[in-house]
Design a protein around this ligand. Structure first.
Ligand code: AMP
Ligand code: ZN
Length: 496
């Protein structure tokens, strides 16, 4: 089997993944700033890392997955000036900042669980790590890599680069270009250079979120929390750090500088960045007004939506492209994903109910066996090639074709050895459920309920009460389900 390869933003190459302390893997992903409802773009990024977490676990690693909650320090405009995003919302809504944080953290959890994302192992908050952030600021001050200015502490990029730092390497920025770009836009103010960034900011009298520090009342800079929390839970150097592409610069660049400065070594082996969910080619974002909330998608209640889409349809849609490509939202693409998902879900229901018949003597068909083995291999090759879920799904459709043939009888069980059948069954189920996190969406007790209806249906059919038969068919159809009259049995499936 191919080894797992991951595209590392730092080297700009796909690299074979080697865990620092196998079977343990340390994974850190920048979490949300909880000042507003999570939109579908956010869900795409976290789904990509959910796949990474699930796949690493599936292939035997024990992953400590840390995903933070930013509940202080992220300022409007992502820079060092301006209001705190959470503080601003608290003022607007006349609530405590922690009420804002709690409301949107709850929403975030609920949204991610709707889309079947696994919770991380640790979910630390920035406000829970103020002490660590003050300590790291002190550490950087002692090393001459930071300076105090008017009650705020700034990271000194020139000093860092003089001491062997490589600010700009991750994002491929050249320092001189950055300086010319930023000089006009952002006044130097109390900083020595416009590129320097805040580790700790002095709180103005009206600033609500504030903590005492050796430099007076203040609050931490946005980039510092991730350095402190990843260091605390994953150590000086850990395996994988992830986030959306828009966080590469300055957020992740600053994280590297802080960690190298404070702890003397590069913090991360593999940097992974996910591409954006776009709408008509534009990044989905709250500020552009082109974002959907998950509830709007599920209810279909949004001017850009032609119909409602279920959570698993949306998850399936996202996984049909690899995480490093942009993914453009459109009703047509989602409708196609809905069709594909229903076919996949029918296959899942069917293969789960299929058993290899006892006592048959198989005469394995070589061509069928080879096709199944190649598709199984293809599922793993896709995942191992930098989590190319699009390739994996294409191979799942080949497996689905075989499942459908077994279901309708056009492929006989004795054409497959029991071993091949079991491999087909377990690969289809585990890749879908465990690795891709795709499940069949059915209300609880649905199977036994429909069983009852189908037996009524059968009775009406035998009694030739066709008006009743049609009524039951119509009821199923209104729920997107199709009754299937087969040679020796009656079944239902999702209408594809
Ligand atoms: P935020 O709460 O704005 O800090 O964003 C949380 C995460 O969602 C970050 O990793 C962002 O990179 C990511 N994100 C924001 N917008 C999009 C988008 N349109 N597509 C994919 N990821 C996004
Ligand atoms: Zn971060």
């Amino acid at each position: 089997m191919q080894p797992l390869k991951i595209y590392n933003t730092l080297s700009r190459e796909k690299e074979i993944f080697k865990a620092l302390h196998a079977p343990l893997v340390g994974l850190y992903v920048c979490g949300p700033t909880v000042y507003n409802y999570a939109h579908l773009g956010n869900v795409r990024t976290f789904t990509s890392f959910d796949i990474l977490y699930r796949y690493l676990t599936h292939i035997g690693y024990k992953v400590r997955y840390v995903r933070n909650i930013t509940d202080v320090g992220h300022l409007v405009g992502d820079g060092d000036e301006g209001e705190d995003k959470i503080g601003k919302m608290a003022k607007l809504e006349k609530l405590e900042p922690m009420e804002i944080v709690h409301r949107y953290t709850n929403d975030f959890h609920q949204v991610l669980s709707t889309f079947n994302l696994l919770p991380p192992s640790i979910e630390p908050t920035a406000t829970g790590h103020i002490v660590e952030q003050i300590e790291t600021s002190k550490n950087l001050l002692e090393k001459g890599l930071a300076y105090e200015s008017n009650g705020s502490i700034y990271f000194d990029i020139e000093a860092y680069n003089k001491q062997g730092g490589d600010y700009g390497k991750l994002s491929g920025r050249v320092l001189d270009d950055l300086l010319t770009e930023t000089r006009d836009l952002d006044g130097v103010g109390e900083k020595r250079s416009p590129l320097d960034f805040a580790l700790w900011k002095k709180a103005s009298p009206e600033h609500i979120m504030r903590w005492p520090s050796p430099w007076g009342d203040g609050f931490p800079g946005w980039h510092l929390e991730c350095t402190c929390m990843s260091h605390k839970y994953l150590g000086d150097t850990f395996d994988i750090h992830g986030g959306g592409m828009d966080l590469k610069f300055p957020h992740h660049e600053c994280e590297i500088a802080q960690a190298k400065g404070a702890y003397g070594r590069a913090p991360v082996q593999y940097w992974m960045h996910t591409n954006m969910l776009t709408v008509n080619g534009q990044k989905m974002s709250k500020s552009l007004g082109n974002s959907f909330l998950p509830n709007e998608l599920i209810s279909g209640n949004h001017p850009l939506l032609e119909q409602a889409y279920s959570p698993m349809t949306v998850r399936f849609f996202m996984l049909q492209s690899q995480y490093r490509s942009t993914l453009d939202f459109s009703n047509d693409a989602l409708k196609a994903a809905q069709k594909g998902y229903k076919r996949i879900a029918n296959g899942m229901r069917n293969i789960k109910r299929m058993q290899y018949p006892a006592g048959i003597v198989s005469q394995p068909d070589e061509k069928q066996t080879a096709e199944i083995q190649a598709a199984i291999q293809g599922c793993y090759d896709g995942m191992n090639d930098d989590l190319n879920t699009a390739v994996t799904i294409a191979h799942l459709f080949t497996l689905l074709k075989k499942i459908n043939q077994l279901y309708t009888g056009s492929l006989a069980f004795d054409q497959l050895s029991e071993e091949t059948f079991q491999a087909l069954k377990s690969t289809y189920i585990t890749i879908l459920e465990d690795v891709l996190g795709i499940r069949v969406e059915l209300p609880e007790n649905w199977e036994s309920l429909t069983e009852g209806f189908l037996s009524l249906y059968k009775g009406f059919k035998e009694a030739r009460k066709y008006d009743k038969v049609d009524e039951i068919r119509a009821t199923f159809k209104s729920m997107g389900l199709l009754i299937k009259d087969m040679k020796d049995s009656i079944d239902w499936g999702f209408e594809e």
